[in-house]
Design a protein around this ligand. Structure first.
Ligand SMILES: NC(=O)C1=CN([C@@H]2O[C@H](COP(=O)(O)OP(=O)(O)OC[C@H]3O[C@@H](n4cnc5c(N)ncnc54)[C@H](O)[C@@H]3O)[C@@H](O)[C@H]2O)C=CC1
Ligand SMILES: O=C(O)CCC(=O)C(=O)O
Length: 395
């Protein structure tokens, strides 16, 4: 098993992979453009934020699994991976505590102007009066966009801090919000209008691109806070730059549209930087999160090695469209299933999924095949009467 790690991963995880018998190549400073040259005969590619595009996959004929050592998979061309039959898996929730911690940190920093306080002190300015105007967070309304792993954790911490927490999330219902002690916002715009602080925890996709757009920003309360630790593309940063001063919005960002890769050294959006408090996409960058992610990556490789299926697949088809389940009980002999497949091929029936389980003792087995068409009774009889078949039936 050949593994290319094109980002930083802990030494312990590398050792654990090697102990599984894998040959591991470490390229911690690789950029997206380097991947085609580095792929060679890698079967598994492990990345953090390094983008994985068509060129990388085209250069890797042995590649069968890409592991995102993190949560967001918008950096991987999922459509192309699916078209080439390459599994993509991620580590859901494993860095959520770290991002929630940074989010809460940004929220407190905005309220108390911690960054400006510190810059003034460094410049020899003492301004206790000027900086003594925080509103405080207790009793204020925090609106969370996206109640996934991170959004849920941010909500829980904010509740402990005495904030009123409300949320919009695509599958959130009023009832579910109520059981979580949260206010329910039927639409993102409702949340924008009624929150003192908006915190974004959505996955980036075509649906969520610029979900926080000009009209959302205009709907926000005067002097509200906006915090984005999810993905830059979710906020229309051009609109943000135009609107934030006129509405006195306070902004904290960890992520940016067209943000530099991890190995780059220049931040191009300096105009935006003047208007915000910003961090360098470090939401997940704590030792705790790195350890939790590394452990999960090892589990994903283990699951893939032992079953051929990775834990946490993100590009598997949600639900098979095949409606016909052919169940074949058979003796555990060479060639039995090949004959079944042959009969189905001759009938022009496609097998979409197939699973064979052997019973204890190893004598008999049952194979379930999901088919795109109904086999006729003639074919069922033909299969049932084959050598070493006990019975074939449709379920
Ligand atoms: N700043 C950082 O270092 C980090 C940033 N992130 C970002 O935060 C995002 C959220 O992370 P988690 O909470 O762990 O993920 P999650 O998968 O648990 O939650 C994702 C949320 O996005 C929503 N969502 C997904 N697709 C959607 C769509 N098409 N339309 C509307 N809503 C949609 C889901 O309903 C869910 O509420 C990640 O996707 C990632 O982009 C994650 C980890 C670290
Ligand atoms: O690995 C990183 O530093 C980025 C983490 C992240 O953005 C994610 O997990 O979605």
């Amino acid at each position: 098993m050949k593994i290319l790690i094109a980002d930083k991963l802990s030494d312990n995880a590398v050792k654990a992979l090697e102990n599984m018998g894998a040959s591991v190549r470490l390229e911690p400073d690789a950029a997206a453009g380097d991947l085609p040259q580095l792929m060679n005969d890698a079967e598994i590619l492990i990345v953090r934020s390094t983008k994985v595009n068509k060129a990388a996959m085209d250069a890797a004929s042995s590649l069968s699994l890409i592991i995102r050592a993190g949560a967001g998979v918008n950096t991987i061309d999922l459509e192309y991976a699916s078209a080439l039959g390459i599994h993509v898996a991620n580590c859901p929730g494993k860095n959520a505590d770290a991002v929630a911690e940074l989010t809460i940190g940004h929220m407190i920093a905005l309220d108390r102007n911690i960054v400006d306080n510190s810059i003034d002190l460094r410049n020899g300015v003492w301004n206790k009066k000027g900086y003594s105007k925080a509103r405080g967070l207790k009793g204020r309304t925090l609106g969370i966009l996206g109640l996934g792993s991170i959004g849920t954790k941010v909500a829980a911490v904010a509740q402990v801090m005495g904030m009123n927490v409300q949320a919009w999330s695509r599958s959130l219902t009023e009832q579910k919000a109520k059981t979580m002690g949260l206010g329910f916002c039927p639409t993102p715009m409702d949340l924008a209008r009624s929150s003192d602080i908006v915190s974004i925890h959505l996955a980036a996709s075509n649906d969520t691109r610029h979900l926080v757009d000009r009209s959302f920003l205009e709907a926000m309360k005067e002097s509200a806070f906006l915090i984005n630790t999810s993905r830059g593309e979710i906020v229309d940063s051009a609109a943000l730059m135009e609107i934030c001063s006129s509405k006195s919005l306070k902004i904290a960002l960890d992520v940016y549209e067209d943000e530099p890769g991890a190995s780059e050294k220049t931040f191009p959006h300096t105009e935006l930087a003047q208007l915000i408090t910003g961090t360098h996409h470090i939401g997940a960058s704590t030792q705790q999160a790195a350890d939790a992610i590394a452990d999960e990556v090892v589990k994903i490789v283990e699951s893939y090695r032992s079953s051929g299926k990775p834990l946490h697949p993100v590009n598997a088809r949600d639900k098979s469209t095949a409606q016909f389940n052919l169940v074949v009980r058979h003796f555990n002999k060479v060639g039995v299933l090949a004959a079944v497949l042959d009969a189905l091929r001759n009938a022009d029936i496609n097998i979409e999924e197939m699973e064979n389980s052997i019973f204890s003792g190893g004598e008999a087995a049952v194979c379930t095949l999901k088919l795109d068409d109904r086999p006729s009774d003639v074919i069922l009889n033909e299969i049932s009467s084959m050598d070493n078949i006990i019975k074939a039936s449709l379920k």
